[in-house]
Design a protein around this ligand. Structure first.
Ligand code: NDP
Ligand code: MG
Length: 381
C-alpha cells in the first residue's frame, strides 16, 4: 500500500488524483486538504476514509466536523491543519495540488518530514525554487512533476543520466486566443477566457493559459526542476496538445512524450515512478490525427510570456512579484473587477514598484506576496 496525502483534493488535479486512486487498489488516502468545498470533501471522506482532513476556512471545518461525526476522521483547519495533513507520519507521498503560493509552507514542511512530493502547484517552485531544490537534496526526497509538460520532460530524461541537454522544448497549446492580436483581445469576457481548447482545469490556471502567463510560470518551473538556464528553454506552440514537451540533446536528438491530453497520466506516473501502470482512456490515433502543427509564440500579444523570461533571468524576489501580482490580477478578473488586458498591466505595475532582493527567505517571499497584494489594492481599489 502506498500512502498518500492530497493537498487540494476537491480541485481539478485533486479529483483526478482520486480517480487514479479508484483505479489502483494499492493506493491509500491518508489525508485530504481543501479550501472550503465541504460538500465534496464529505463525499471524499465517505469514499476514501482518510484519517485526517483539513479545510482552510475554520467555520466550514466546524460544519464538516459535525457532518462526519459518524466517521473516524480528524477534521482540522487553516495552515496548521494543512501542514499536519502534509506531514502525517504514515504518508509517503504528498500530491501538492492547491492553487497558488499558499502551497509553499506545506510543501516545505512535507519535504522536511521526508515525504516525496508529486508537484502540481507550480507557483511554489516559481517563487521558492531556490529554497525548495536544496531542501529536496538535503532531505533526499523525490520531487516528481505533475504538470504535463514537466512530466513529459522528466519522461524524456529517463535513461539519459550524464548526457548533456542542449535545449528543453516546452510545448504550449497557445490557449483560446492563439492567433489573435492584442487589439482583438480588448473585449474578451470572462466566459471567453475560461474556454480552454484542450484541457479542463481549475479557473486560475485556465486564465493563466489564455494569457500564456501559465507558460511563463512553467519556464521558471522547468528551470528549477531540470537545473537549466532560462535561455535553454524554448516555448513551441503546438495547438493540438499531443506532444507534451521535448528534450534536445547535444547530438541533436530530440526525445518527446506524446499522448492524449489527460492529466491522470502524469499524476499516475508521479505516484508510481518509475513504474508504468495501465490507465484506462483514449489513445492517440495517428490516422485520425494526421498532422501536428508548430508555431513560434507571439510574444507581442502574449506579453506575459516575454515578461516571464525577463523575470526568470533576474531571479531573486522578481518571480514572487510576477506570480503574486498575477494571482491577484486573475482573482480580480475572475471577480470581473478588471478587464482582460489589465491582467498584464497589474503585473507590470507591481514589478515596477518593487524593491528587488537577490536571495529572499521564505519569510521574505510571504511578506513580498502581501506587499504586492497591498500595492495592487491601493491602485485598483
Ligand atoms: P483548482 O482551482 O481546480 O483546485 C484548487 C484546489 O486547492 C481545490 O481543492 C481548493 O479547494 C484548494 N484550495 C484553494 N485554496 C486553498 C487554501 N487556502 N487552503 C487549502 N486548499 C485550498 O486548481 P487546479 O487543480 O486546476 O490546479 C491546482 C494546481 O495545479 C495549480 O497550481 C495549477 O497551476 C496546477 N496545475 C493544474 C493543472 C490542471 O490540469 N488543472 C495542470 C498543471 C498544473 P476548494 O475546492 O475548497 O476551493
Ligand atoms: Mg502545464
Amino acid at each position: 500500500m502506498k500512502k498518500i496525502a492530497i493537498l487540494g483534493s476537491t480541485g481539478s488535479i485533486g479529483t483526478q488524483t482520486l480517480d487514479v486512486v479508484r483505479n489502483n487498489k494499492d493506493l491509500q488516502v491518508i489525508s485530504l486538504v481543501a479550501g472550503s468545498n465541504i460538500d465534496l470533501m464529505e463525499e471524499q471522506i465517505r469514499e476514501f476514509h482518510p484519517s485526517m482532513v483539513s479545510i482552510w476556512n475554520a467555520e466550514k471545518a466546524e460544519e464538516l466536523k459535525k457532518r462526519v461525526q459518524d466517521m473516524d476522521v480528524k477534521v482540522l483547519s487553516g495552515m496548521e491543519g494543512m501542514i499536519a495533513c502534509a506531514t502525517e507520519t504514515s504518508v509517503e507521498i504528498v500530491v501538492a495540488a492547491v492553487v497558488g503560493m499558499i502551497g509553499i509552507l506545506p510543501t516545505i514542511e512535507a519535504i522536511k518530514a521526508g515525504k516525496d512530493i508529486a508537484l502540481a502547484n507550480k507557483e511554489t517552485l516559481v517563487t521558492a525554487g531556490h529554497i525548495i531544490m536544496p531542501l529536496v537534496k538535503e532531505y533526499n526526497v523525490k520531487l516528481l512533476p505533475v504538470d504535463s509538460e514537466h512530466s513529459a520532460i522528466f519522461q524524456s530524461l529517463q535513461g539519459e543520466e550524464g548526457n548533456r541537454i542542449s535545449r528543453i522544448l516546452l510545448t504550449a497549446s497557445g490557449g483560446p486566443f492563439r492567433g489573435k492580436k492584442r487589439e482583438e483581445l480588448k473585449q474578451v469576457t470572462l466566459a471567453d477566457a475560461l474556454k480552454h481548447p484542450n484541457w479542463a482545469m481549475g479557473r486560475k490556471i485556465t486564465i493563466d493559459s489564455s494569457t500564456m502567463v501559465n507558460k511563463g510560470l512553467e519556464v521558471m518551473e522547468a528551470k528549477w526542476l531540470f537545473d537549466v538556464d532560462i535561455d535553454e528553454i524554448e516555448v513551441v506552440v503546438q495547438p493540438q496538445s499531443v506532444i507534451h514537451s521535448m528534450v534536445e540533446y547535444e547530438d541533436g536528438a530530440v526525445i518527446a512524450q506524446l499522448g492524449t491530453p489527460d492529466m491522470r497520466l502524469p499524476i499516475q506516473y508521479a505516484l508510481y515512478y518509475p513504474e508504468r501502470r495501465d490507465l484506462p482512456g483514449d489513445r492517440l490515433d495517428f490516422k485520425t490525427l494526421q498532422k501536428i502543427d508548430f508555431q513560434a509564440p507571439d510574444l507581442e500579444t502574449f506579453r506575459g510570456l516575454q515578461m516571464a523570461y525577463e523575470v526568470g533571468r533576474k531571479g531573486g524576489s522578481m518571480p514572487t512579484v510576477y506570480n503574486a501580482a498575477n494571482e491577484k490580477a486573475v482573482a480580480m478578473f475572475l471577480d470581473e473587477k478588471i478587464g482582460y488586458l489589465e491582467i498584464l498591466d497589474v503585473i507590470q505595475y507591481a514589478m515596477d514598484h518593487h524593491q528587488w532582493i537577490a536571495d529572499p527567505s521564505i519569510e521574505e517571499i510571504l511578506k513580498i506576496e502581501q506587499e504586492v497584494y497591498a500595492c495592487i489594492e491601493e491602485k485598483w481599489h
